[in-house]
Design a protein around this ligand. Sequence first.
Ligand SMILES: NC(=O)C1=CN([C@@H]2O[C@H](COP(=O)(O)OP(=O)(O)OC[C@H]3O[C@@H](n4cnc5c(N)ncnc54)[C@H](O)[C@@H]3O)[C@@H](O)[C@H]2O)C=CC1
Ligand SMILES: O=C(O)CCC(=O)C(=O)O
Length: 411
Amino acid sequence: MNALVATNRNFKLAARLLGLDSKLEKSLLIPFREIKVECTIPKDDGSLASFVGFRVQHDNARGPMKGGIRYHPEVDPDEVNALAQLMTWKTAVANIPYGGAKGGIGCDPGELSISELERLTRVFTQKIHDLIGIHTDVPAPDMGTGPQTMAWILDEYSKFHGYSPAVVTGKPTDLGGSLGRDAATGRGVLFATEALLNEHGKSISGQRFVIQGFGNVGSWAAQLISENGGKIVAVSDITGAIKNTKGIDIPRLLKHAKEHRGVRDFDGGDPIDPKSILVEDCDILIPAALGGVINRENANEVKAKFIIEAANHPTDPEADEILSKKGAVILPDIYANSGGVTVSYFEWVQNIQGFMWDEEKVNNELKNYMTKGFKDVKEMCKTHNCDLRMGAFTLGVNRVARATVLRGWEA
Ligand SMILES: NC(=O)C1=CN([C@@H]2O[C@H](COP(=O)(O)OP(=O)(O)OC[C@H]3O[C@@H](n4cnc5c(N)ncnc54)[C@H](O)[C@@H]3O)[C@@H](O)[C@H]2O)C=CC1
Ligand SMILES: O=C(O)CCC(=O)C(=O)O
C-alpha cells in the first residue's frame, strides 16, 4: 500500500476515535507547504546530472517543523509527504515543541562520489535555504545522509544567513552536534523495547532478535541490545543477510560491516536470502530500513511475537490487521524511533543556549522521555480501548489538534 494512503488511513482512524471535527481533521491532514526543486550538478567527469529534491513541511502548530532528509532512489512525493506527517505525530508523542517535516532527494548515494554528494547537498540547500531556519524548519539525517551531510547544509545555509548551528541537528560534534545523537535512535529503540517487555514480564536478556537494516539505527540498536544480553540471531542490509542461531558477535560484525561496507561475507554466521529476514524465527523483529516491508504478502509468515518499528512505516495497515489477529504486538514507529528526534531537540536546545551537555545527561534525559512516552501511549490505549499504534496516533493527533485550536484561524 502506498505510504501516504497508509499514513492517512491511520490518521483518519485516530481522528474518528478522538471524535475530531471533520473540518479540523481536514486542516490537520493537508501539509503546510510542499517544496519540489530541481538540483543539477556537474559530475566529477564533467557531465551533468539532474535530481529532484523535496521538502514537505507538514505542520507547525506545536513549534518549528522538524524531520530528516533522505537520499534514496525510491524517494517520491507521496513517501516524503507520509514521512513528514509521521514526524508531526512523532514530535507530539515525544512531547517536544516541534511540528513535522521531511525531505529527500531521489538519488543513489552509493553511486555518487563524496564531492558529488557535497555539490548535490549544497545545490539543494541553495534552493530551500529561505524556507528552513532555526525557528521554522530544522532538518536532520535520515536514510542515506549523516553528520557530514548536515555539516554541508549548515555551511551553505550560513553563507546566506550567517553562522547558524541550530539550523540542522545530527551535525558532527565539532560543529555543535550533540553527544549521543549518533546512537540516539538505536538507544531509544532499546529503551522502548525495555518498556514494552517490562510490561509483559520480560527483559531484553535472553530474547532472540532479528534486525533488518544495519545502518545508523539498526547497527546501534544491535550493539546496545547485545550489550544488554539480547541475542541477535539474524541481520540484513542492502548487501545481504546472515544468520547465527547461537547469536551473532555484534562488535565483530560492526568491524566487518565498516571494512566491507555491509554485512555480506561475514564469517560469524551463515548467509541467508535477505528476502526471508522478516520471517526468520525470533522473539522480537526490528525492521530498521525501508517502509512498507511488512505487508499482506509476508505478514502471515512473521514469527516474532513483538515487532519494534525502528524504521518509519515498515508495516502497512493490512499487515497490522493480520499480525494483530495472530496475537503479535507492534510498537509503532512514531513512538519506537522517536529517540532520534528527541536527542535532535536536545541538540537544538544546546545550540540555542550555547551550552554543551555531557553524554550521560543526554542519555538519561532520553530515557526519561522514552519512559514517559510509553506511559502516555498506554494511557491512550486504555482511554480508547485500542492497540499501541492507535494509542500513539491518538496521543499525537490530540496534542496537535489542541495546539491548533488554541492558536485559532483568524487571518
Ligand atoms: N537516522 C535516524 O536518526 C532515524 C532514522 N529512522 C528510520 O530508520 C530507518 C533506517 O534509517 P538509518 O539507519 O538512518 O539509515 P542508514 O542509511 O544509516 O541505513 C539504512 C540501512 O538499511 C539498509 N537497507 C537499505 N535497503 C535495504 C533493503 N532493501 N533490505 C535490507 N536493508 C536495506 C542499508 O543497507 C543500511 O544498512 C529509516 O526508515 C529511517 O527513516 C527513524 C528515526 C530516526
Ligand atoms: O532528528 C530529527 O530531527 C528527525 C529524525 C527523523 O527523520 C525521524 O525521526 O524519522
